[in-house]
Design a protein. Structure first.
Length: 161
């Protein structure tokens, strides 16, 4: 269940599900920064060239403009007996966010550690901006609303050792 102050009506299914990616050849004792992009490379997002999930025929392609979505949240908002769509699609090039974590080299001196990225999906709605899904059940074409969500997903990832 999400934090009641942010959203009192939503449940994430499979909340205990985790995914792991092991990079055994990365010498952590020589890494000082972990950096990645939530989004699509600015040159690729405006292209119609078919490349993996960037294929215009995929479910991550806009059907009303050239480019791709890179955050899609879809579901239902249930209020009593009323059910309405809950749809958030973000894909404007300015909504890509670069995430960077500095590592502490002393922590990895013996080379026998793991780095974990923890994603708090609740912060998508309750991060820098408080997104009331009852007031804003759909974000698809509005750049201001999409930017607000982008600022939220930029802080929903933390790094632990």
């Amino acid at each position: 269940m999400l934090r009641p102050t942010a959203i009192s009506c939503c449940t994430f299914y499979n909340v205990e599900k985790t995914h792991s990616i092991t990079l055994p050849e990365v010498p952590l004792k020589s890494v000082d920064t972990v950096q990645f992009l939530i989004g699509v490379d600015p040159t690729a997002i405006v292209s119609i060239a078919a490349r993996g999930n960037l294929d215009p025929k995929s479910q991550m392609a806009w059907n009303w403009k050239v480019g791709c979505e890179f955050v899609v949240v879809e579901g239902a908002l249930i209020q009593g007996n009323d059910v309405s769509p809950l749809v958030y699609h973000v894909g404007f090039s300015e909504d890509a966010r670069e995430i960077e974590f500095m590592l502490l080299p002393d922590v990895f001196a013996d080379g026998d550690h793991e780095v974990h990225l923890i994603v708090d999906l609740a912060k998508f709605f309750d991060g820098t901006a408080q997104v009331g899904i009852q007031a804003l059940p759909t974000v698809k074409f509005n750049r201001t609303d999409a930017e607000m969500l982008a600022d939220n997903y930029a802080i929903m990832i933390t790094l632990t050792f």
